[in-house]
Design a protein around this ligand. Structure first.
Ligand SMILES: Cc1ncc(COP(=O)(O)O)c(C=O)c1O
Length: 446
């Protein structure tokens, strides 16, 4: 049995893989989820001493794995924060998986790192950060937040207090626990927006200003898609010598739209910023850009040392850039390459048009919902999250709605909690989510 090289025993596996990817690109169905009692028996005795061979193994992959997943990347996935990878990104991701470029260091994968850095610099310029800002791609927004807040902690000396709004993503809370930091949770008002004024008044009433190490702002909160008052927060944070981290994992993509730019006013003042191209910038899973205003500070926190890797480190880190210096990671696939390649193939105008398509779909859905009796839009969407209430519906009724839509293959939707009330929530990130799909969903609320 040959595992490696051109004579590996894999029969027609390449053709099967290409066919699956091609079919998936053409498929707009929602997929399904399956209870463990039904699914797990399919896997019994799959790992054997002699192997199943490609035919049986692939068939198990198709029937037990691929057939029992929801299409997070499809136009009917309107829950949580979906994704909508472009075809170019999907194919380049397959190539990245095949090549195993070791993109932790310039030494090992100079070309891949240079390409990723070109994409990072594009994002840096959109964010309005200074030219010397830089960072790396890491696996996702959670690791990006953790990595950036860790740098803020190290810069703050002994201070350990982090001001966060009650709207911050769950990974921020987890990061603080992992980093041994304390949260000062600032409640937001009905608009869900964390402002410089709210931060200043919270510091004044608690008397904790001297402890402040980091302020975390959202540029597109997960639950409601709200961009915080980045300029006001930067002013207050920096007045207290604190680090400003901006989590734009989801919403940062809207920077590409001129008409959205002013929402992000002040972002250029951030000490660190993340955006996930795998959310709303049409990339495959595993791609978060983390950027630092002063990258050398991040290298002090994240560079790994050991006798066998010192050879990677040059005297001037800006000369030969090592992505492993800028997030909690060493071995890494160059997850920014699919994003870089998509930018090269289609250009920034096409990317902008695809982002704008979801804004247009959101506006359409908002108008349709607002016209329904008994439905109330909770706030005007800044980005592509819609929150709404329906008179008489409690948590159980919303959950039933979500289950019904999934069972009928219409859409995957999930209710949420907004200011202690269970409400409906729809998120639009896929340019192929048509008005007809929106109509199908909204019809179920009549
Ligand atoms: C604002 C925000 N930050 C961070 C994250 C976490 O990102 P990931 O799921 O890539 O770890 C999310 C995920 O939805 C998010 O919306």
């Amino acid at each position: 049995m040959t595992l490696h090289g051109p004579d590996a025993d894999i029969d027609d596996l390449p053709a099967r893989a290409v066919r699956l990817i091609t079919d998936r690109l053409a498929n707009t169905e929602l997929g399904r989820t399956t209870p463990p009692s039904e699914l797990l028996p399919l896997f019994e005795d799959a790992i054997t001493s002699h192997g199943l061979g490609v035919d049986r193994a692939w068939s198990l992959f198709e029937t037990a794995v691929a057939d029992h997943t929801l299409a997070l990347d499809g136009p009917r996935y309107l829950a949580f924060i979906p994704m909508s990878p472009a075809a170019a990104a999907i194919w380049m991701d397959a190539v990245v998986g095949a090549t195993s470029f070791s993109a932790e260091s310039w030494l090992e994968a100079a070309g891949a790192v240079a390409a990723e850095n070109q994409a990072l610099d594009y994002l840096r310029a959109l964010a309005g950060m200074p030219t010397e800002a830089g960072g790396a791609f890491c696996s996702g927004g959670s690791i990006g937040n953790l990595s950036a807040i860790a740098v803020g902690r190290d810069v703050a000396g002994g201070r350990r207090l982090v001001a966060v709004a009650d709207t911050a993503h769950a990974s921020v809370d987890n990061s603080l626990r992992l980093l041994g930091m304390e949260a000062l949770v600032v409640p937001t008002g009905p608009d869900g927006r964390f402002t410089g004024e709210l931060l200043a008044s919270s510091l004044a009433t608690t008397g904790l200003a001297a402890e402040l190490a980091v302020v975390v702002a959202s540029a597109g909160s997960t639950n409601a898609g709200v961009v915080d008052d980045l300029r006001g927060l930067a002013q207050v944070a920096h007045a207290h010598d604190a680090w400003l981290h901006v989590d734009g994992a989801y919403g940062g993509a809207a920077l590409i739209l001129d008409e959205c730019r002013e929402l992000f006013d002040g972002l250029g003042e951030a000490d660190s910023f993340i955006v996930d191209p795998h959310k709303w910038m049409f990339c495959t899973a595993g791609t978060c850009a983390v950027l630092y205003r002063r990258p050398h500070l991040a290298a002090l926190t994240h560079r790994q040392h050991g006798p066998y890797i010192e050879v990677l480190h040059t005297a001037d880190p800006t000369d030969e850039w090592n992505p492993s210096d800028y997030a909690f990671q060493l071995t890494r696939r160059p997850s920014g390459l699919p994003f870089w390649f998509t930018l090269l193939v289609h250009g920034t105008d096409a990317l902008g048009a695809a982002v704008r398509a979801s804004m247009t779909t959101t506006a359409y859905a908002r108008a349709q919902l607002a016209a329904l009796p008994g439905i109330e839009i909770i706030m005007q969407p800044q980005l592509t999250v819609l929150l709404f209430r329906k008179s008489g519906w409690d948590r159980g009724r919303w959950q039933q709605w979500s289950k019904d839509l999934l069972d009928r293959g219409i859409a995957f939707v999930a209710p949420t909690t907004w200011k202690a009330e269970t409400v409906g929530r729809l998120v639009f990130l896929h340019p192929l989510t048509t008005d007809a799909i929106v109509d199908q969903v909204i019809d179920t609320l009549r």
